[in-house]
Design a protein around this ligand. Structure first.
Ligand SMILES: [Mg+2]
Length: 224
């Protein structure tokens, strides 16, 4: 019997991509005002992010953002403007990060039947992203030394926070490796949020696949 439903944050409950794109545009706009004709592009910023992430995928997201921004600015001799643009990025990124349109109604419906949790690798704190007060618990990688998904310790912490056994927990997320393979290895049930209609990327089969959050309540009722 399912007792707890625990959610990934970014791209599962939160429509992060437009917020990041908007925040990067604000950073670029500010830098171009300082340096007319600046050749730095959003693609440069994205490449730097990928480069820093690839060097240490377990690093905290704010570190990855700051270091990637530093490298991008350094290419153009603008690294003295790092602090103000790091702050500018996160101010806009938080202001713009909001739940998908069906998220809050889905959470309200599920709350009547299950304990709800929020467990993320990132820094989308629920209260800053339109999800304050929605969950019985929130877990953030790097707080209290918690390693990032897919570490087994992350899912052990999820289990402890629910107070139930792994088989009574459903983990819901968009990232196949972090949100399906890893929690399944911990004995949890899994829901893959597959908005893009992608093919399953590996051999581990989620218990459920949904394209929209609004499908969750009915889908979970069908889970034995
Ligand atoms: Mg995600």
């Amino acid at each position: 019997m399912i007792k707890a439903v625990v959610f990934d944050a970014d791209e599962t409950l939160l429509d992060l991509r437009p917020a990041v794109d908007y925040a990067l545009e604000q950073v670029l706009g500010s830098l171009r005002a300082l340096e007319p004709g600046l050749a730095l592009t959003r693609e440069h910023l994205r490449e730097s992010w990928q480069e820093v992430f690839a060097e240490d995928p377990g690093a905290p997201v704010p570190y990855i953002r700051r270091e990637s921004l530093r490298r991008s600015l350094a290419r153009f001799g603008l690294d003295r403007h790092l602090d103000e643009h790091y702050e500018l990025f996160f101010r806009h990124r938080y202001e713009q990060t909001r739940p998908f349109p069906d998220a809050l109604a889905t959470l309200a419906e599920l709350r009547a039947a299950y304990l709800l949790g929020y467990a993320t690798n990132g820094n989308s704190t629920a209260d800053r992203c339109g999800l304050g007060g929605e969950f019985a618990f929130e877990l953030y990688a790097h707080q209290g030394g918690l390693p990032k998904k897919p570490a087994p310790e992350f899912f052990a912490a999820v289990g402890a926070a629910t107070g139930t056994s792994p088989g009574e927990i459903v983990y819901v997320g968009d990232n196949y490796h972090h949100d399906v393979v890893a929690p399944a290895a911990a004995g949890m049930r899994t829901v893959w949020v597959n908005r893009g209609g992608r093919d399953l990327p590996g051999p581990v089969v989620p218990d459920l696949v949904v394209e929209r959050l609004a499908q969750l309540p009915a889908a979970l009722r069908g889970l034995a």
